[in-house]
Design a protein around this ligand. Structure first.
Ligand code: PXL
Length: 283
């Protein structure tokens, strides 16, 4: 029996709408990995497409949370960060990396803050600068094209892309962070979508592209990054983990599209894929 791995997931918890911790926790658990959660904020729903949501900021709890974990001597195979509630939280989470990571802890950061050329509600460009600073402490970053461009101080470019742009962007990003990168939302044509991965050790950009299904769905970035994190911590290479995350996310969208209850489009049906993910990662 191998020692069970442990990941600390630092994200908000949005009560309804399937994103951040309500995705990271089940996905990582399905992979057989312990998921310790550090909630950055508690919301009634996520902020994309809902109005009137509650937002309980937990900034003041984060350091005491981490101090308690540290004083108990817990070690983490990985720390996985996502949506953070404020620029102040970014600085605190950087401090938490120094407190609870050891030299073998992998830091994976999804700078969840923007999409389609726009920052999410509640964030501005200073937040993007702060997030770039946090990503410099990560071993793997998982942005979409908007987040990558904003962290580099570049203009957002809408799809379709050519290889020269994708490979230039991912390498500039990796040079900025000093780590590996996975870029989501790669589209070379109207009928395919996927991700590019760049491992500095290989020095090569690899692609995983699937067929593009109709519509756009909230929370797919969180589903993707959670599966990628679980797969990397399970021992998959970055390129294999990226391919698995692309396939898993595509299948979540297919399941959601096949569901006549449109209200379920606040987040995708990832639950139906957890059994398959568990078997795949147990191999
Ligand atoms: O899926 C990213 C995300 C996570 N958490 C909250 C959000 C969003 C995107 O809008 O609002 C609270």
């Amino acid at each position: 029996m191998k020692t069970q791995k442990r990941i600390a997931a630092i994200h908000d918890i949005s009560g309804l709408g399937k994103c951040s911790l309500t995705v990271a926790l089940p996905v990582i658990s399905a992979a057989g990995i312990e998921c310790s959660v550090m909630p950055t904020a508690v919301l009634s729903t996520h902020t994309g497409g809902f109005t009137g949501y509650t937002f309980r900021d937990l900034t003041d709890d984060l350091l005491p949370f981490a101090e308690h974990w540290k004083s108990n001597g817990f070690r983490f195979d990985a720390i996985y960060t996502g949506y953070l509630g404020s620029t102040k939280q970014i600085d605190i989470v950087k401090e938490i990396f120094d407190m609870i990571a050891d030299e073998d802890t992998l830091i994976i950061s999804d700078p969840a803050m923007a999409d389609y050329g726009r920052m999410y509600a509640l964030f501005d460009m200073d937040f993007a600068k702060g997030m770039a600073g946090l990503c410099k402490k990560a071993d793997i970053v998982v942005p979409n094209f908007t987040e990558a461009a904003f962290m580099l101080g570049e203009e957002y470019v809408a799809p379709p892309y050519d290889r020269a742009y994708v490979e230039g962007l991912i390498k500039r990003l990796s040079d900025m962070t000093g780590g590996d990168a996975v870029l989501t939302g790669v589209q070379f044509s109207d009928d395919g979508i996927g991700a590019a991965s760049y491992s500095r050790a290989d020095g090569e950009v690899k692609y995983a592209i699937s067929d593009k299904l109709e519509g756009s769905y909230h929370g797919t970035g969180d589903v993707f990054a959670s599966v990628l994190t679980a797969a990397v911590v399970s021992g998959r290479s970055l390129a294999d983990a990226t391919a698995l995350a692309v396939r898993f996310t595509r299948d979540c969208i297919a399941r959601t599209l096949a569901d006549p209850d449109l209200s379920r489009r606040y987040g995708v049906n990832f639950e139906g894929g957890l059994g398959g993910l568990a078997s795949e990662l147990a191999k």
